[in-house]
Write a protein that binds this ligand. Structure first.
Ligand code: SAM
Length: 304
């Protein structure tokens, strides 16, 4: 994708819809730096933030060898060319990396969120960007909100995925939360430098083992479905179990994915009535997690 092509995107003429009733404040959250906290009751599906990235790049860039993590030159060159307001927004963000990493690079790596650069997402060509407000949202292994990148408006969107009470912290997932607790915590420590103390990570050993079992199952079912939903070697019972486990774990996004992909498998198994019911439910769930303009929500629009 060339820069000239990107500069000509009609999306730059679109004005992002204003958020009429702000629902949060950015304030200190004990042991986490700052975070986003609800200032009123929020309903599942409510759009909390929509913003364009102030900086974006390919996730993996080949760098000349004289550009190191310590001198940060490569990134300085790019960021120094941005408008002053964008630079200020970047430098105001948290840096969780130590002194061996250049400050700017530390800030970028602490706050990057992945986004798409084409209508059809290309996992082999991931892009990452800096979204000054959404970057303030902390992690939970059972988050109450979802970060979604809308290619149509080229903006990051933050939506509540369940009802949130005033005073509750707004959270998203930084890593694959269908992984086992031990694995999630090692990723979070390695990439974000914190020990996760969320409700899911601070239960008894017996509860943790049960949760790990359910999450592993949910992860396996989604990976199997994603490859080829209708031909996935999964029975109706396994799909139903996966759905129940996603629900029990509060994994709202995974729950929606099992409904959506699982419906194709159910149709292939000749469970047409159930498949139709799952599509109806998937439609409701995708409106909550991604809003009405996402490709999946659009595909589900005709479902009554
Ligand atoms: C993208 S920033 C989030 C906002 C950040 N708390 C701040 O003060 O700007 C990511 C960093 O926030 C902190 N963080 C995020 N989630 C956390 C959590 N659940 N517990 C402790 N620290 C967390 C870690 O320092 C992490 O590297």
């Amino acid at each position: 994708m060339s820069l000239i092509k990107i500069a000509k995107w009609s999306v730059w003429d679109t004005v992002l819809p204003p958020i009429r009733q702000p629902a949060y404040e950015i304030s200190e959250v004990e042991g986490k730096g700052v975070g986003m906290v609800a200032t009123r009751r929020i309903r599942a599906g409510e759009l909390l933030v929509n913003e364009r990235p102030v900086y974006a790049q390919r996730k993996r860039i080949a760098r000349p060898i004289d550009y190191t993590d310590t001198n940060g030159y490569f990134y300085l060159g790019a960021v120094n060319g941005l408008a002053q307001a964008s630079q200020n927004a970047i430098y105001a963000l948290k840096n969780s990396f130590g002194p061996e990493t250049h400050e700017l690079l530390g800030i970028l790596r602490t706050n990057f969120l992945t986004h798409d650069i084409a209508e059809e997402p290309d996992p082999a060509n991931d892009f990452v960007g800096i979204f000054p407000t959404i970057s303030r949202v902390n992690h939970s292994c059972t988050p109450n909100s979802n970060y979604y990148f809308s290619f149509g408006t080229f903006s990051g969107e933050l939506r509540a995925i369940r009802d949130v009470e005033a005073g509750e912290e707004i959270t998203i997932m930084y890593v694959n939360i269908a992984a086992q607790g031990r694995v999630r915590r090692s990723w979070l420590k390695e990439d974000y430098f914190f020990a996760c103390g969320c409700n899911t990570c601070t239960v008894s050993d017996a509860e943790a083992a049960a949760s790990d079992g359910r999450r592993t199952q949910v992860g396996r079912i989604i990976r199997t479905l994603e490859m080829n939903p209708s031909e996935a070697p999964l029975s109706q019972l396994e799909l139903q179990d996966g759905l129940n486990m996603a629900k029990a774990e509060g994994l709202v996004v995974h729950y929606a994915q099992i409904l959506w992909y699982g419906a194709a498998r159910l149709a292939r198994l000749n469970k047409r009535q159930l498949a139709a019911d799952w599509l109806k439910r998937a439609k409701r769930e995708y409106l909550i997690i991604e809003g009405e303009c996402s490709p999946t929500s659009k595909a589900l629009r005709m479902i009554r």
